[in-house]
Design a protein around this ligand. Structure first.
Ligand code: UDP
Ligand code: MG
Length: 333
């Protein structure tokens, strides 16, 4: 029997997590599959971890649970969930019931037809007009610049086959822009549309600022094309300046020297200064990424897992994940 793992990153989802758990278990129980739920508490500051512990204790056979030492972000939480997942197919979904659990049936159907990535793409119906217009604009710009294809409305809600999951797990980078990673690994991909539901409870973790930062990640983390653009822009400016110099020289020779153009001069200096700042920032952005990658820090630190607190071996002490446990074994050796 096919086993499905459902990976659920949770950050301050106390208000909705129980409802989510009930719904998803109902849906999965109706499907002809074996299943497990992999909950990741992303360092929540409310009672999410407590709720997840209770769920784990109640459904010990079919639940895996990892709790981070602090908030590491959804990308890290998804990574932890994928590492935990043992199923033949893995579904990634949000805890807030914006991703309708019923769609898993449709995904399973497509999975059994042999697809490796089954993506549920949300339509933007019912979204705020400004936000969806901005998103559309952004995706158009990104797809012109970025090497991998990103599609509007395609988020993290998807089912992945085991080979696709293993491919994702084999990518070691620290800066994980999952939309890009999903697209980068390729495999046989299908997409179907669904209507996004409103959040059941709690509130979104995306402020405008973090959305803008996320957008910047999308532009930069996948290629060096922005640097290429910097070079082209530089060359264009040099070309324009050369033409201008020729023009000035010719007019000086034919009409004699005059020296107006103070405003033009200032405008050009300030403008070019701005361009240089932007380009420096851009280069800095890439260097910053290199800096973080070279540190080779783990993507997240684990505070406890279903193994540590269910196992009873002194609860929290037994917790350990990624680097933490590696360090311990290194010392023992
Ligand atoms: N999430 C997370 N860590 C974070 C932020 C969000 O694990 O730092 C989870 C959150 O609990 C939810 C999912 O990611 O399950 C999507 O978050 P949210 O609903 O806030 O985003 P939106 O649906 O508004 O894009
Ligand atoms: Mg949401």
């Amino acid at each position: 029997m096919t086993k499905i793992s459902v990976v659920v990153p949770c950050f301050n989802e106390e208000a909705v997590i129980d409802r989510f758990d009930t719904r998803i278990r109902e849906v999965l129980a109706d499907l002809p599959v074996d299943y497990e739920l992999c909950y990741v508490d992303d360092g929540s500051s409310d009672g999410t971890a407590l709720r997840l512990r209770a769920i784990t204790a109640e459904f010990a056979q079919r639940t895996r649970y990892v709790s981070f030492s602090r908030n590491f972000g959804k990308e890290a939480a998804m990574l932890a969930g994928l590492r935990e997942a043992s199923g033949d197919a893995v579904v990634i979904m949000d805890a807030d019931l914006q991703h309708p659990p019923e769609l898993i049936a449709r995904m399973l159907e497509l999975y059994e037809r042999g697809h490796d990535q089954i993506i549920a793409r949300r339509t933007r119906e019912g979204d705020k007009k400004v936000r969806s217009a901005l998103s559309r604009l952004y995706y158009r710009a990104v797809n012109r610049w970025v090497d991998v294809e990103l599609t509007d409305g395609v988020g993290d809600f998807r089912m992945l086959s085991r080979p696709a999951v293993d491919a994702l797990l084999s990518l070691p980078e620290y800066n994980r822009f999952s939309k890009g990673l999903f697209s980068w690994i390729g495999f046989d991909t299908v997409t179907f549309d669904y209507q996004n539901a409103a959040r059941e409870a709690g509130e979104t973790k995306w402020k405008l600022g973090s959305l803008l930062n996320y957008g910047m990640d999308g532009l930069i983390s996948f290629n060096n094309r922005p640097l290429r653009i910097a070079i082209w822009l530089g060359l264009t400016l040099v070309g324009v300046a050369a033409l201008y110099a020729v023009w000035i020289t010719v007019t000086a020779l034919t009409q004699g020297v005059s020296a107006p153009g103070y405003v033009t001069l200032v405008a050009i200096i300030v403008g070019l200064g701005g361009v240089q700042m932007i380009m420096l920032g851009l280069i800095g952005e890439y260097i910053g990424r290199i800096y973080y990658e070279t540190k080779r820090r783990p993507h997240f630190l684990v505070r406890e897992t279903h193994r540590s607190f269910m196992g009873g071996v002194n609860g929290r002490r037994a917790a350990g994940g990624g680097r933490v446990s590696l360090v311990a074994t290194d010392r023992e050796m």
